[in-house]
Design a protein around this ligand. Structure first.
Ligand SMILES: [Zn+2]
Length: 280
C-alpha cells in the first residue's frame, strides 16, 4: 500500500497522459473488433468532435490543477475531512476515500446536472451524442468541466483527500468512464460480475437513451452501488436503446462544435411530453 501511495503522490504527468491516450486507444480497438451497435457512422468525424471536447476538458483540469494541490495540502496540514478525523488503516482510507470521491465528484454532481435547468444546459452536450462510444466519455462542455471540477474540490474537503488519493480517484474515474461508455459487446457473465461493484457499459448505456425517464437513471461512474442505494438503478435490454436526447436530435446542431458550445447560452428546451410510456 505504501508503494501505491508513494507512486500516486508523485504521479508523473506523462503517465496521466498515457493513461488517457492508452485507454481511449484500447477501448477504441476493442469496439472495432466486437461492437454492440454496428459502426455505421463516420467514425473519424465523430472521434474528432469528441476529441475536441476531451481536449478542452483536459485543458481546464490542467489549468485549475493547482487548486486541487492547494486543497489537498490544506486538508492534510489542518487534519480536515472524514479520513483525517477517523483513525483507520491506510488501505481503508483509500477505499472509503475513493468511494466518497466518486459519490460527490461524479454521482452527485451528475444527478444535480439532470435536475437543475441551467446546469442541464451545460451537461446536455454530453447527451447529444447519437453514437455513444468510448470517445463520448469526456465529451463535456468546458462549462461542465468547471462545474465538475468544483464538485471534485468540494469532495477533497469533505473526504480530507491527500494528493495521492486525488490521483487514484482521477485515474480510476478516467478509465471507468472510457470503459462504461464503450460500444463493446461483452459476455453477460462478465458484465454482471463486474457490475456488482463497478459501472459497466451494459449498465451505463441506458443513461444515454434519447428520452426520459430512462435518461435519468444509472448516473454512476466508478461504483455501481450509488445508483442502487439512491433508487436510480435500472437494467434494460441494451439492444433496444436509441442514443441522443429528444430535445436535440437535429444532427446539424449535434455535429457542430460551435452549435454545441452555444447550447448553454441560448434558451432552455422543455422536455418533450409523450402520450405513451416506454418500456425497454
Ligand atoms: Zn447525464
Amino acid at each position: 500500500m505504501d508503494a501505491i501511495v508513494e507512486y500516486f503522490s508523485n504521479m508523473p504527468t506523462l503517465h496521466r497522459s498515457l493513461m488517457l491516450v492508452g485507454g481511449l486507444t484500447l477501448f477504441f480497438l476493442i469496439e472495432q473488433a466486437v461492437p454492440l451497435f454496428a459502426l455505421t457512422y463516420d467514425r473519424t468525424r465523430h472521434t474528432l468532435l469528441n476529441l475536441f471536447f476531451t481536449l478542452t476538458t483536459v485543458l481546464i483540469n490542467f489549468l485549475m490543477a493547482f487548486i486541487l494541490v492547494f486543497s489537498a495540502d490544506w486538508v492534510v496540514e489542518n487534519q480536515f475531512g472524514i479520513i483525517q478525523w477517523i483513525s483507520m488503516p491506510l488501505v481503508l482510507k483509500a477505499i472509503i476515500g475513493l468511494m466518497l470521491m466518486d459519490l460527490i465528484g461524479a454521482w452527485l454532481v451528475h444527478w444535480i446536472e439532470h435536475h437543475v435547468k441551467w446546469l442541464w444546459q451545460f451537461h446536455v452536450i454530453h447527451h447529444t451524442d447519437q453514437h455513444v462510444d468510448t470517445t463520448t466519455a469526456n465529451r463535456h462542455h468546458p462549462g461542465e468541466s468547471v462545474i465538475r471540477f468544483i464538485f471534485t474540490t468540494l469532495a477533497v474537503f469533505i473526504v480530507g483527500a491527500p494528493i495521492w488519493l486525488i490521483f487514484i480517484y482521477q485515474s480510476a474515474s478516467l478509465v471507468l468512464t472510457q470503459f462504461n461508455h464503450s460500444n463493446v459487446k461483452m459476455p453477460t457473465w462478465l458484465d454482471r460480475s463486474l457490475e456488482m461493484v463497478f459501472c459497466t457499459p451494459n449498465m451505463h448505456r441506458v443513461h444515454h437513451h434519447y428520452r426520459q425517464p430512462y435518461s435519468d437513471t444509472n448516473y454512476g461512474n466508478i461504483f455501481s452501488f450509488w445508483d442502487r442505494i439512491f433508487g436510480t438503478f435500472v437494467r434494460v435490454d441494451n439492444t433496444k436503446l436509441k442514443y441522443g436526447v429528444d430535445t436535440y436530435m437535429n444532427e446539424k446542431e449535434t455535429k457542430s462544435i460551435i452549435e454545441l458550445l452555444k447550447i448553454p447560452f441560448v434558451g432552455y428546451r422543455q422536455p418533450i411530453e409523450y402520450d405513451k410510456e416506454e418500456s425497454l
